[in-house]
Design a protein around this ligand. Structure first.
Ligand SMILES: [Zn+2]
Length: 432
């Protein structure tokens, strides 16, 4: 017995060990090739882009590799033989997918309403082509009709659709239902928020015409019960701006920040000075969203406010049936407009990505951190003479315009303006 064992040990020591190791390495190699396609580690590689990722303080040339819908690697150089698909984005700006925290996308067949109605828009029709991969619906639904919104729109869209839940049980249905204080239920609203933590990011109050503070107080109560921010859309004509801001908590969000309409006091006074209670609210941590929409943005308010330290924290577009064909247009246009007003490219990207993600407590979004979902915007900066309008038809000119070239959602190309992700045909076969 001992002799046999000794002989076997000798053979093993004298070379079998190396052979066994080689066979094992070969097997591992075959498994690797089978699962990764001849050594290719990534599904997609965006090469040579100018990456702006404010959360990770990246501002420079970087490659991004994607695997299984996630950001797998961000590095100065990733070998192209490691990817199944390569897109050269030399000269283009690469950012996290943009986040629009003020939209109305509960589209449906009712002709006169936003909720399940024709005044909302279908998200995929307007988002991906402007680099937006996440939208937050601003209270178009309430706790009663949220299930319809989820089934008909949220679950069917390629865009990630999140929501603020309206304190009005049926959301934006117009009068009289939207004015019914008896149907503003803090408990039911908070319950539906808590049951849908992946989708619902907060509570909304807006479009209430009465003088009773109960709707506002119940909305704050619902937000507190669900530990989420309150989103305050104006159109609360009986409440003063000062009172609204005083009731808001740090982290709550007011939108239409630079509006100039009769029913709400602007944030600057008649002399163009930022009102002191606005500065106080900002210091307390109240967040000011743009909320451009059809009537929410005026240069005569926004420019002096910015000069005095009140720039929007986020670029909510207030996308709906009317705003996209007026001065708002889309998120890229809003970003370009603020660049024409003096903001840097890095500052507009931060507002459209990381700032927006933080405001809705979704720190898993708004950056290209490795392991995050691969939502990516790629855009071109066009040079020329461009005009940007506000809600009053006033125009300023700028020399730069951002244009969405490529959008990646969940690791897949969902918008490609000039076919940079396509397969080039050679001229001979193309002409046949
Ligand atoms: Zn709105």
């Amino acid at each position: 017995m001992n002799k046999t064992r000794d002989v076997f040990s000798d053979i093993y020591r004298s070379g079998w060990r190396k052979s066994v190791q080689s066979i094992l390495q070969l097997c591992i190699g075959v498994v690797f090739i089978t699962t990764n396609g001849w050594g290719q580690t990534y599904d997609l590689l965006l090469r040579n882009g100018e990456l702006i990722d404010p959360k990770n303080s990246i501002n420079g040339k970087m490659d991004i590799a994607v695997l299984d819908g996630k950001v797998a690697k961000v590095a100065a150089s990733i070998p192209s033989n490691q990817a199944k698909k390569i897109i050269d984005v030399t000269g283009l700006i690469v950012t996290p997918g943009l986040i629009d925290i003020h939209t109305h996308v509960f589209v449906g067949g009712k002709p006169e309403t936003f909720a399940d109605g024709f005044l909302s828009v279908s998200p995929d029709d307007f988002t991906l082509k402007s680099g937006v991969t996440t939208v937050v619906d601003a209270g178009t639904s309430g706790w009663r009709n949220f299930p319809v919104f989820k089934e008909h729109v949220i679950d069917k869209s390629r865009t990630r659709v999140l929501a603020f839940l309206n304190i009005a049980g049926n959301g934006m249905t117009g009068s009289p239902t939207e004015q019914d204080v008896n149907d503003m239920d803090a408990y039911m609203t908070s319950l539906v928020v808590k049951k849908n933590p992946e989708i619902i990011v907060g509570v909304k109050i807006g479009h209430y015409e009465g003088a009773d503070w109960a709707p506002f107080d119940r909305a704050i109560d619902a937000a507190a019960k669900s530990n989420t921010p309150l989103f305050v859309e104006c159109h609360l004509p009986q409440f003063s701006l000062e009172d609204q801001l005083k009731k808001m908590r740090p982290g709550d969000i007011i939108t239409h920040s630079f509006e100039k309409i009769d029913e709400r006091m602007p944030v600057i006074d008649e002399q163009g000075k930022l009102r002191s209670f606005v500065i106080d609210a900002q210091k307390r941590g109240v967040l000011f969203d743009l909320g451009h929409g059809g009537a929410g943005f005026w240069f005569s308010v926004a420019v002096p406010a910015m000069k005095q330290g009140l720039a929007p924290n986020s670029f909510g577009s207030d996308l709906h049936r009317f705003s996209m064909n007026a001065g708002m247009k889309d998120m890229m246009n809003i970003m370009s407009k603020y660049m024409a007003m003096g903001m840097s490219l890095q500052e507009v990207v931060e507002r459209a990505t990381w700032n927006a993600a933080k405001a809705i407590h979704r720190n898993d979004l708004g950056s290209l951190t490795e392991g995050n979902v691969a939502d990516i915007a790629v855009f071109r900066i066009r040079e020329g003479n461009f005009g940007y309008t506000d809600a009053g038809g006033n125009v300023i000119n700028g020399t730069k315009k951002l244009e969405a070239e490529l959008t990646v959602r969940n690791g897949k190309v969902v918008w490609d303006l000039n076919g940079i992700s396509g397969t080039p045909l050679n001229p001979v076969s193309a002409s046949k």
